[in-house]
Design a protein around this ligand. Structure first.
Ligand SMILES: Nc1ncnc2c1ncn2[C@@H]1O[C@H](COP(=O)(O)OP(=O)(O)O)[C@@H](O)[C@H]1O
Ligand SMILES: [Mg+2]
Ligand SMILES: [Zn+2]
Length: 372
């Protein structure tokens, strides 16, 4: 059989298979079951969290031969045809390649004709933020009052670029990022069904580096699976593959930051560059590290355990947490989070990350001077 990439193979085909977005899915299902159907939807959120997937399930729900339903049957002609991508009344368009007003006019013209196969003729316009101003204006009227057999589903990764006049004519649904825990549980369940064994720590590394996107996580997993022919994926390999810092290196970097040892700090950044570690991954791993340290510092969770029972790594974290003020950890996090936002403006990523670390260095310097 032809190989299908995992993200397509695993694409949910009904609402119950969607990970996260529980509350949103409930609203969508209720609106279908109550037949309170909007004329235009707008899904926003980062890439790889289910916008297209949900839009396709919605198209099936509206056109299933068994009637409008939150549980499309997946066996009728319409459902099968939508899943195969050859349903004439479900038109998927990529706004990135159809930005001009002339393109939109062709679409508007085609809305005059009722559906051929289904109950509704549905237009899914992806990356809608790419449209020109004139194109948006041309769309306004039809979005507000389309013929009753027409439905629009818009999707965007850049909500800020969408005029308010468009947003207000749609039922706007923002899809938040997926939690690391949800992603790693999802990967674990999927792999179990595929009979593939991967250690949980590796799944956690993949999930943590996915930045809330399931597609990112699936793609990293696919890379990992191809990294070996012997079904042996080790942590060293995967951290290298994903361009991320391993736990030990992040700990070492954090200890040097806390000790205000700028020489060692810069040396670790140099080494990271040699190893091809992605710079924003270093910042994100540091933020995660300091967040973890905050938790160890303020919660009583760890107190349940005797320090002797902690792993070597957790023991170091525990000891480190005793040496640093909670307030200072929060300041480091703030500098890192703000710095990460501006990283792309730096002449190159390495300079960017060094500037961020200089700010923490400066903060500790000032503080020590004050104490003296
Ligand atoms: N919420 C989700 N639940 C389950 N799988 C998901 C989810 N979001 C994304 N995926 C996976 O990622 C792939 C891409 O999702 P897609 O809906 O195309 O993302 P986008 O938000 O970029 O439109 C899907 O085929 C599916 O395998
Ligand atoms: Mg999409
Ligand atoms: Zn059906």
């Amino acid at each position: 059989m032809e190989y299908q990439i995992l993200s397509n193979k695993w694409r949910p085909q009904n609402f119950d298979q969607i990970i996260g977005h529980k509350y949103i899915i409930r609203i969508l299902k209720n609106s279908l079951d109550l037949k309170r159907i909007h004329q235009s939807w707008l899904f926003s959120g980062i890439h790889g969290i289910g916008k297209t997937t949900i839009a396709r399930i919605l198209a099936k729900s509206l056109n299933c031969e068994n009637g409008i339903t939150s549980k499309p049957c997946r066996v009728c002609k319409n459902c099968i045809s939508i899943e195969k991508g050859n349903f004439l009344d479900f038109i998927e368009l990529d706004a990135a390649s159809k930005t001009k007003v002339e393109d939109i006019k062709i679409i508007l013209d085609s809305t005059k004709y009722p559906p051929i196969q289904g109950r509704f003729k549905i237009y899914l316009i992806d990356e809608i933020h790419m449209l020109s101003k004139n194109s948006f204006n041309a769309l306004l009227k039809i979005l507000e009052e389309p013929p009753k057999y027409i439905k629009f589903i818009l999707a965007t990764t850049h909500l800020k670029k969408i005029p308010n006049t468009i947003i207000s004519r749609c039922l706007h649904i923002h899809l938040p990022t997926i939690t690391n825990k949800n992603i790693s549980n999802y990967l674990r369940d999927k792999l179990k069904k595929e009979n593939i064994q991967i250690n949980q720590e590796i799944l956690n590394i993949i999930s943590n580096s996915a930045q809330g996107s399931i597609r990112n996580a699936i793609n990293s997993l696919e890379l990992a699976l191809c990294s070996t022919t012997k079904n042996k994926i080790n942590i060293k390999k995967i951290t290298k593959l994903l361009g991320i810092f391993n736990k030990k290196n992040i700990l070492l970097l954090a200890v040097n930051i806390i000790n205000n040892n700028i020489d060692n700090t810069l040396k670790i950044i140099d080494d990271a560059e040699q190893k091809g570690i992605q710079h924003n991954n270093i910042i994100l791993s540091l933020i995660t590290f300091f967040h973890n340290l905050s938790i160890v510092k303020i919660t009583t969770l760890k107190k349940k355990y005797s320090i002797d029972n902690l792993s070597k790594y957790d023991k170091i974290i525990y000891v480190l947490s005793k040496r640093i003020l909670f307030k200072d950890i929060q300041i480091y996090c703030k500098i890192l989070i703000q710095g990460e936002k501006y990283l792309r403006y730096a002449p190159n990523p390495k300079i960017g990350i060094e500037i961020i670390l200089f700010q923490i260095y400066q903060y500790i310097q000032d503080k020590t001077r004050l104490i003296k």
